[in-house]
Structure formats: structure tokens, C-alpha cells
Design a protein around this ligand. Structure first.
Ligand SMILES: [Zn+2]
Ligand SMILES: [Zn+2]
Length: 396
């Protein structure tokens, strides 16, 4: 476990607890998660094993008061993104520890309204901004302010989430006004020196033998004032802009997953580092298929004769069809597997399509069918219920 791990991994999120959680809460949550993901309960499930390891790793830190304190400290020092410019102290996490390049498809386009026909995506995406100010915490290094993190939500179609998809994501965020280039003055005019501080940005007040300097209240310390305001930004120098990013969602992205795009949040002030963009994924349910990790699930009704006699069943997959052999004498609830017809990741075993057979019982029968069934019943040995009979007799 390296300090890089500590910076990158949110152990609180892994254990599903608040940062302020008590050690009892942490222990409780860990026990529950460890039980659920324990390899003994999930034989042959590599995902569960992975989860179990992650949960154990998180608890090894958060479950130890001393380590937890160190972890919190390191996270507040470096977890904000400020470390990228100002790495110091233990670990020296040099360079860019977050590889985000693979999350981006084509070039990230700025202000691409024209390409996509004027903000049409807002129909697809609802964009929310969180006010989460960047760094925070007592150990925040001095320097230009880091841009704020931006939180947004994207709804994906079921199939897109399974196959992976690259989508243009349009975000509204503050930017520099193009009309006045940020100085707030009406085009053709310039900001003028502040008449109160004469451009110094500070005023000096004498009191007895002391003199105090303070930021000029007339110009808020800028040194200039705008006489005729820019009509676009009303003198503030800033406007809300729409920018578009092409974000790649990898195959198998799950409902509720949060994707972090480092440095894609709001730009920092005065050259400070940008905040991060967090994309919360919502997956719209499909009318036929369900998901279980990388497997797709499908329930198919069959008749009793089909279950008894067997049948070749043609069922839909996400992108076509597949024929599955239902062998004679198949019980209701049997799960058939169409290999590789689930989530196909680049470098991982492909998921399967799991088809659950549901033997349906007819509510109504024709006279002929009833007669045939009664004749069938006469030919059928009774169900094997002997093991229950002894217990039943005890109460009769
Ligand atoms: Zn002034
Ligand atoms: Zn302006």
C-alpha cells in the first residue's frame, strides 16, 4: 500500500460510510461488506473477490485509529488536486497520478454548440453543478485558487452502458466574457484608474503615528473601475458558457457509478489548477434484459410439454439472437447460459447471457387438453414426497 494508493483511493466510499463515521460504524459496515463479498460465499466470482480485497484494504486503514488519522491528513493535503503543482512531504506523488486519457474519446471540443446544433444535448443530459469548493481543509497550500469540482449526471441507455459509448457532454460553467475579454468594460472603452486609490488598489489610513493599508473599497483592490459596463456580462467580466466534452463510458459501466475526470471541472482562478468533473451514471432499465455484473439476464416462459420433451429455444440477445437447447426433463427455474453474450470488456472475460426458464401453468384448459392431462396424470408416478410424509403424520 503506497501513499499513492492513499491519495487515489477513497476508503470511506469503499466501506460506504461518511468521513465522520465512528469507529463502530466503520467496523459494522466492514463486517457486513466482508461477509457479503467473502470468497466462501461467492465461489468462482472474481468480482466478489476483488471487492473483498478492496474492503479489507480499506478497513486495514480506517479500522486503525492511527492509520486513519494519517490517511485523513494525507487526503486533505493531497487529495484536492493541489498536490499536482505542489507535491511535498511523504511519498512525493510526482506527475499525474490519474490516468484520465482513456476516458476521453475524440478531442474534447470547447464551446461546440455549432457542431451539435445549438445545445440539443440539454435534452439528453441534465447538468447540475455542485458548489463543492475545491481544496478546503486546514492544510491547503497557498497559491492561485483551484477551480471548483463539477458534478453532473448522465442517463445512458441500457445497451450503451453494456457496449460502452462515447457521448458529448455539455456543461455550463463560468468563463471569461468574450465581448470584453474579462475586463468588464463596454467594447471601445477601457477600465480607468480608480479615482479613490489612483490605481494602487490599496488605500492608506493614518491613525496617530500608525498608518494602515487596506484594499480599496471603491475598486475592490483591482485599481481600475469600469465607467461603461459591458452589455454582455454587465461589468462582471464573466459569463456562463457551454462547453462540450466527449466522454467515453467504458463497456459495462454500471448504474450509480461515478466517473471522475481529473482537471475537467471549472478552471482555476488566476492560473490555478482546474477542478475535477464527476459524472454520475444512470442506466435506464431495459424492457427485456436485466444486468448482474457483466452478465445479462433474461426470463423466458416455456410450457410444461416443452420442459418435459425439450426444445430448441431461439431467444434475443442484445444484438441478435441465439438458439439454446432445452434438454428433455428440464425443471422450471433452470438457468441456461449463452457464453459471451453479456458485457464484452476489452481485456476481461466477457459476460454471459443468463436465461432463466419459467415453466408456465395454464390457467384455463380446453376439454381436450384436460382429458389429455388427466390421462397423463394416470400414467404418472406420484411426486416423491415420502420424505415429507413422516413429518406430516406427526401432526395428524
Ligand atoms: Zn481603488
Ligand atoms: Zn463582458
Amino acid at each position: 500500500m503506497s501513499s499513492k494508493d492513499w491519495i487515489e483511493k477513497d476508503y470511506y466510499a469503499v466501506l460506504g460510510v461518511e468521513k465522520s463515521a465512528s469507529s463502530d460504524e466503520i467496523k459494522k459496515s466492514y463486517r457486513k461488506l466482508a461477509r457479503e463479498s467473502h470468497p466462501d460465499h461467492n465461489p468462482g466470482d472474481p468480482k466478489a473477490e476483488e471487492r473483498f480485497k478492496a474492503v479489507s484494504e480499506a478497513y486495514a486503514v480506517l479500522g486503525d485509529e492511527k492509520k486513519r488519522r494519517e490517511y485523513d491528513e494525507m487526503r486533505s493535503l493531497f487529495g484536492s488536486g493541489a498536490f499536482r503543482r505542489n507535491a511535498r512531504g511523504g511519498g512525493q506523488p510526482g506527475g499525474m497520478p490519474f490516468d484520465v486519457s482513456d476516458l476521453f474519446g475524440g478531442g474534447a471540443a470547447g464551446g461546440a454548440d455549432t457542431r451539435f446544433g445549438g445545445g440539443g444535448f440539454t435534452d439528453l443530459f441534465s447538468t447540475i453543478f455542485s458548489g463543492g469548493a475545491g481544496a478546503g481543509g486546514p492544510a491547503r497550500p497557498r497559491g492561485p485558487a483551484r477551480g471548483r469540482d463539477v458534478e453532473t449526471e448522465v442517463a445512458l441507455d441500457f445497451g450503451d452502458a453494456v457496449r460502452g459509448v462515447t457521448l458529448p457532454l455539455s456543461l455550463r460553467a463560468p468563463g471569461v466574457c468574450d465581448t470584453c475579454h474579462g475586463n468588464g468594460a463596454k467594447p471601445g472603452t477601457q477600465p480607468v484608474a480608480c479615482p479613490v486609490c489612483h490605481g494602487a488598489g490599496v488605500t492608506t489610513r493614518n491613525q496617530g503615528s500608525f498608518s494602515f493599508s487596506e484594499p480599496c473599497r471603491n475598486c475592490q483592490g483591482v485599481g481600475t473601475v469600469v465607467e461603461e459596463k459591458c452589455p454582455e456580462c454587465h461589468g462582471t467580466g464573466g459569463v456562463t458558457k457551454t462547453r462540450t466534452l466527449n466522454v467515453r463510458f467504458p463497456a459495462g459501466v454500471a448504474d450509480g457509478q461515478r466517473i471522475r475526470l481529473a482537471g475537467r471541472g471549472e478552471p482555476g482562478e488566476r492560473g490555478g489548477p482546474a477542478g475535477d468533473l464527476f459524472v454520475q451514471v444512470k442506466v435506464r432499465p431495459d424492457e427485456l434484459f436485466g444486468r448482474s455484473g457483466d452478465d445479462l439476464t433474461l426470463t423466458v416462459p416455456i410450457t410444461f410439454p416443452e420442459a418435459v420433451l425439450g426444445i430448441d429455444l431461439r431467444v434475443p440477445t442484445l444484438d441478435g439472437t441465439v438458439t439454446l437447447r432445452v434438454p428433455p426433463g428440464t425443471p422450471s427455474g433452470r438457468v441456461l447460459r449463452a457464453r459471451g453474450k453479456g458485457v464484452v470488456r476489452k481485456d476481461d472475460r466477457a459476460g454471459d447471457l443468463l436465461v432463466t426458464l419459467d415453466v408456465v401453468v395454464p390457467a384455463k384448459l380446453s376439454d381436450e387438453a384436460r382429458a389429455a392431462l388427466e390421462s397423463f396424470a394416470d400414467q404418472t408416478p406420484p411426486a416423491a414426497r415420502e420424505h415429507l410424509d413422516a413429518r406430516v403424520r406427526r401432526f395428524s
